[in-house]
Write a protein that binds this ligand. Sequence first.
Ligand code: GLC
Ligand code: CA
Length: 580
Amino acid sequence: MKALTSKHLPSTTTTLIHRAIVGAPDWWRDAVIYQVYPRSFADSNGDGIGDLPGVTAHLDHLVELGVDAVWLSPFYRSPQKDGGYDVADYREVDPLLGTLADVDALLAAAHEQGLRVLVDLVPNHTSSAHGWFQEALASAPGSAARDRYVFRTGRGELGEEPPNNWLSKFGGPAWTRVTEADDSPGEWYLHLFDSSQPDLNWENAQLHAEFEQVLRFWLDRGVDGFRIDVAHGLVKAPELPDWTGRTTTVTGRKRRPNLTDEGPMWDQDGVHEILRAWRQVVAEYPGDRALVAEAWVQPIERLARYVRPDETHQAFNFEFLKTRWSVPQYRAVITESLEANDSVGATTTWVLSNHDVVRHPSRLGLKKAGSFPAGIAATDEQPDEHRGLMRGRAASLLMLGLPGSAYLYQGEELGLPEATELPAEARQDPTFLGTDGKEIGRDGCRVPLPWVADAPAFGFSPSGASWLPQPASFARYALDSQLGVPGSTYEMYRAALHLRRVRRLGSGSLAWVVGLAGTRKKKVLAFINRDVMIVMNLGAAALPITPGCAVLITSRRLGIDAEGRQTIPRDTTVWLRFGS
Ligand code: GLC
Ligand code: CA
């Protein structure tokens, strides 16, 4: 077999898709941003729930790993019905997680160590425990307090039917009826998520002013930006029409066919005005504060609307996260992502895992590799752990070689798999609770991190407590069992982040390599970014490398063929020095 080379390529074999940034980019354009889910990161006081002092105490891990910034999932006062995405006070810290002083300490420590910090902004809904909602409940229909939310009279003669047929993403109708002050059955309020998460009414001008103050409160404290939760859901179509089309709502079906939100409650033009206003607010502050939108919209051109020059700086690229284990699909999604974002002058982001989806090594360990179960139960097909990890590592090394900004989810640097055997009593995700367990939910990717193999709760908590039980296999994944171990997932991430930084791949270019020896179009993905050639082999045939091509990093050990050449095995990504 002819060998793959990273030297002297004929120009006919490359197609330039994306140009490198000239000069120093804005920090977020090539940043690697690490998502901390505070409940599950590190517990400082032994109550089994991760907290802000726990994050501060482990910032050195993130510096060592080599990321640029941290995004903290919500730590605000909350009844914790949805892991803190049910906010009862946007300016207070939940006592479970710490205090405002702890936030200040975290910000100071992070900044001192050169890390930026993004916090979560949850503007689509509040918790039903929020003062605004309590005030709305105590006030009459038609009052200003009710207008902060989406209250409507029901259908049917006595208003006994919900105002429309929308369903909650967590199961059941998206409407709940209230009892009025005089004990009569009253209006209904909209909640696209749990009934404890009433949707705010973004037609209300006062709300805009109130939220701007919330942004300023955190900007003044020194946060470097916001991740905007459910950015595509803030505005609903006028008249709230019924919807019978495709839905991502939990229906008790095990497999979700598609994760894109469609219908009159999503991706309405009005959301862009809100994002524009917030962009102006952050732009007033020094230090390049940034916004990233969570918007499950399709196609990529639609998502690009969120990152036009006067809107959010970034949006999560969920199309990349959803890509099946297929070279043509990766090639297509990478090309489309770069083209769509380039067309509006935005940077492309890449993401494989977060707190809402099955961890990527486990998704890639399923028979249908890269398919999208909405959680994995003990009774479901179990991922092949070894194969999933090998593929997960290959996917990560592909992602980190791409130009743009990458989002990591805590624990992926350890190669953590999804916890699939959590007992029902332990599960806490509202999707599990709201569907009587028919949908298993997201707890499996939220299990507290293993830091030390041989310590109570694997070093997560000094008392050994853990709000979700950790599988015994986490010992193998613990940070201390990977530190300094050549070939460990942690050392692979660390080395990749280092190379990515020194070779400036985040602000680099992308040119596809096609038709090169051995690079079969459907099985080998190869591209050049600055002076690095990144090759991912998904084919059964090991791919020999021309002797003399310098291997910078690999996602698994390379083989050797009969002629003594190094070979890239199946499901492996390598970075080669290009042009030498
Ligand atoms: C976002 C969050 C998710 C949460 C939902 C409702 O999708 O990422 O965790 O449940 O919003 O706030
Ligand atoms: Ca704690």
